[in-house]
Design a binder for this molecule. Structure first.
Ligand code: NAD
Length: 338
């Protein structure tokens, strides 16, 4: 069965390609390498023994998207990771984000709508909940006004899929709202490769640990949490990748209850920034150079997932602990800098 993975050379996409190949799917990757490299194909092949098909296409080019679906008429499912994801950059360049995250989604859905049946998985984010009123956050929590154009693209993206599913027979879709993905494949062949200064806490920690960054800034220690730092739900990327395969199989086997469904993907456990730092210190045996600075505008205090729906309906559960995921991230950082 042939599955298209857009953004399949990126962080979460590459791990998902591995899990799909592992389950016997034939994978076609589309990536324009704007935030990744063709070398990732080698990493994937080292793990699975099979090179996925690869089409270097910029999904913003509508005619190329059309040509792709003419060439590959036997695509049975699409997992759509390709997007721009830097929150700060999205504030400075909103149109770039709306074009890359919304335009490409529309082109893909247009092509899928031409088919009799199609299955679509969308990378969404817990950012749609903003500062939720209740913890843990369940899928029924209200979507709050977006804090950034990036966050808005995830909200609008979900709405576009929902509206399209409502009028397109044969189109089945699942939006997966990720909490905070982290870590690297245990083989050490693929992992997160942030270009420039990392936007996420874990790669910033490991880069500081390895000496690439001088110091980690912890934004605020006066939040109403136990140790005063913000709380997030860190989910191991391999667990996350497996959830995509599970979601795809749900659609392929026609087990979905509605033709548009939403699931949270997290561990259900919140960890504070200081707890994450301590996890790094435990697994690396190193002291991390960090300092507490002022709060950062836009940061929510706490966000962790209610995983009941993913556990019971999707049949998926995160298995790895924070320390295990942190160890994989640290091993990966040392490998790529070594
Ligand atoms: N990493 C996170 O913390 C996180 C959290 C929530 C949601 N998400 C979402 O998950 C998805 C994957 O995230 P990631 O962390 O793997 O990001 P990533 O940047 O590592 O991967 C995205 C991939 O898409 C490719 N791409 C971007 N625009 C493209 C285009 N126009 N045409 C073809 N390829 C294009 C990039 O080159 C990259 O390889 C994104 O949609 C992101 O918004 C990520």
């Amino acid at each position: 069965m042939k599955i298209l993975v857009t953004g399949g050379l990126g962080f979460i996409g590459s791990h998902t390609v591995v899990e799909l190949q592992d389950k016997g799917f034939e994978v076609v990757v589309i990536d324009d390498c704007s935030n990744s490299s063709e070398k990732v194909l080698e990493g994937i092949t080292s793990i699975t023994g099979k090179m996925p098909l690869f089409e270097k296409i910029d999904l913003k080019e509508k005619s190329k998207v059309e040509a792709f679906f003419k060439k590959y008429q036997d695509i049975e499912g699409v997992i759509h990771f390709a997007a721009s994801k830097a929150v700060g950059e999205s504030v400075e360049k909103p149109l770039l984000y709306y074009e890359n995250n919304i335009g490409t989604l529309v082109y893909l859905l247009k092509e899928l709508s031409k088919k009799n049946t199609s299955n679509f998985i969308f990378s969404s984010s817990c950012t749609v909940y903003g500062q939720a009123d209740k913890m843990p956050i369940s899928e029924t929590a209200p979507v709050k006004p977006a804090e950034s154009p990036y966050g808005n693209t995830k909200q609008i993206g979900e709405e576009i899929i929902r509206d399209t599913c409502a009028v397109t027979q044969g189109l089945n879709a699942i939006a997966l709202r990720y909490f905070n993905p982290m870590g690297a494949h245990p083989s050490g062949h693929i992992g997160e490769l942030p270009i420039g200064v990392p936007q996420n806490l874990v790669p910033f920690i490991t880069q500081t640990g390895v000496g690439l960054r001088e110091q980690l800034s912890v934004f605020g220690d006066d939040y109403p949490t136990e140790d005063g730092t913000c709380i997030r739900d860190y989910i191991y990327v391999v667990d996350l990748a497996k959830a995509h395969v599970q979601a795809l199989q749900r659609l392929l086997e026609g087990k979905n209850e509605e033709n548009y469904e939403v699931f949270n993907l997290g561990t259900g456990k919140g960890s504070s920034v200081l707890e994450v730092i301590h996890s790094f210190e435990r697994v690396s045996g190193k002291k991390l150079n960090y300092k507490i600075v002022d709060r950062r505008p836009g940061d929510v205090v706490s966000a962790y997932a209610d995983t009941k729906k993913a556990n019971e309906v999707l049949g998926w559960k995160a298995e790895y602990t924070l320390d295990e995921a942190m160890k994989s991230a640290w091993d990966w950082e040392q490998k790529i800098r070594g």
